[in-house]
Design a protein around this ligand. Structure first.
Ligand code: UD1
Ligand code: MG
Length: 420
């Protein structure tokens, strides 16, 4: 198949977000809306993404960097006008272009692939994604002929009373033939209720020319939800959370409380690992098989946890490599560290990894027993088979097989506090 391009519309204002930022740089699970859309396009096999920016465009550009090409829309004259800005990048190309909205972040790569595949197989000049809604208010309605062929999209504000009863809506994801899209965009006019250039009018323009158009009805309606305000932002975060948790459960991970487990994108977890409630695991973390994580723990970026590890309650890990069978059972902060296998980290133990200027590393060997409430002043290395006494503040390296005690000796002053 020929290479497919994509246009991501991200010039809009987002008035209902009540924000000083561009709407599409708001994050869901740590990743900006527009970045999610662009990454999904690439995951769907699209090679070339053009993002149309306008309002607060420098913020969108900062987020996407050089991962995309940019087109500019100076005046917000409607979605058709937005798409027109990308034409210079498409002129002279053949094949397909997918159009996505920058504020619809949960679309799956498989759905985009299906749309492209249908448009190629059925030789359609426009293939649109649609959904069946109980309450279609606010959306563009899909007009089909008696044969079921897609003929046009009518926007809510332009729809007749009869058309408003149609419950098949335009989801806002399209696959077009590039050459015919350019020709159709050039014919758009703003002669409609909103005085805008509607991208959706392209469907009728193509049909009038005798070009075949079609649609796929989406199975999972949550994929096409958009973010217009803060409560939708929260709702989509919840949907993504459940989607990711379900995926891990399908792969053999036990999650005790789906609603209160927060696993970000691209986390790997082995089979038979149990995640207890209120646990957060950030992007890119790798966890082995048969581990116990949580409750109330926070596994931050850069962690690599081997098999049979226990990370208990109220533990924060950052850039921590933890060897097989090691336990960090309670109330610890272990950051910038490498811990060997079968080591036990006592309650309340922390790494002091930051001196106000730079981060330093703590290295702890295998089979070490770290007592409760130990501070490791990094950089520091602790050998295999060591025993560190509770309450120690470890500033110097500890050789293998040693016992290390680093705390003030206790003095009892007899009678000192006697009340008569
Ligand atoms: C659009 C569709 C409608 C569909 C709905 C699905 C049109 C005319 N209508 O309506 O059929 O049911 O999406 O959610 O396309 N944008 C710009 N520049 C502009 C205008 C919009 O970049 O000048 C961007 C917005 O930031 C947004 C996207 O395009 O990301 C969609 O625009 P929006 O105004 O939300 O379109 P709807 O009225 O919701
Ligand atoms: Mg919208």
């Amino acid at each position: 198949m020929e290479e497919v391009s994509a246009i991501v519309l991200a010039a809009g204002k987002g008035t209902r977000m009540k924000t000083n930022k561009s709407k599409v740089v708001h994050k869901i699970y740590g990743k900006e809306l527009v970045k999610r859309v662009v990454e999904t396009a690439y995951k769907a096999g699209i090679k070339d993404v053009i993002t149309v920016v306008g309002h607060k465009r420098e913020e969108v550009e900062r987020v996407l960097g050089d991962s995309v090409k940019y087109a500019y829309q100076d005046e917000l004259l409607g979605t058709g006008h937005t798409a027109m800005q990308a034409i210079p990048y498409l002129k002279g190309k053949k094949g397909k272009v997918v159009i996505l909205y920058g504020d619809v972040p949960l679309i799956r790569p498989e759905t985009i692939k299906k749309l492209i595949a249908k448009s190629v197989m059925d030789r359609e000049y426009a293939t649109i994604l649609t959904a069946i809604y109980d309450n279609p208010t606010g959306y563009g309605r899909v007009i089909r002929d008696i044969g079921g062929n897609v003929k046009a999209i009518v926007e809510e504000k332009d729809a007749t009373e009869e058309e408003k009863y149609i419950n098949e809506i335009n989801a806002g994801v399209y696959c077009f033939d590039i050459e015919e899209l350019i020709l159709a965009l050039e014919k758009l006019t703003p002669n409609n209720a909103q005085g805008e250039y509607y991208l959706t009018d392209v469907i009728k323009i193509m049909n009038d020319k005798g070009l075949k158009t079609g649609a796929i009805i989406i199975e999972d309606n949550t994929e096409i939800l958009g973010v217009n305000d803060r409560s939708q932002l929260e709702m989509l975060t919840r949907i993504l959370k459940i989607r990711i948790n379900q995926e891990h459960m399908k792969n053999g991970v036990t999650i005790e409380d789906m609603e209160n487990t927060y696993i970000y994108d691209d986390v790997k977890i082995g089979v038979d690992t149990v995640i207890h409630p209120n646990t957060t695991i950030k992007s890119g973390v790798v966890i082995g098989e048969n581990c116990e994580i949580g409750p109330n723990s926070y596994i931050r970026e850069g962690c690599n946890i081997a098999d049979n590890v226990k990370i208990g309650s109220f533990v924060e890990l950052k850039k921590a490599t933890i060897g097989e069978g090691t336990k960090v059972p309670h109330l610890s902060y272990m950051g910038d560290c490498e811990i060997g296998s079968k080591t036990n980290i006592g309650c309340g133990t922390i790494t002091c990894n930051y001196d106000g200027f730079k981060k330093s590393k703590t290295i702890i060997g295998n089979n070490a027993f770290i007592g409760s409430n130990v501070n490791f002043i990094a950089p520091v290395t602790v050998g295999d088979n060591t025993l560190i006494a509770a309450g120690s503040t470890i500033t110097d390296d500890v050789p293998a097989d040693a016992l290390s005690i680093a705390r003030e000796r206790q003095t009892n002053k007899e009678g000192w506090n006697k009340k008569d």
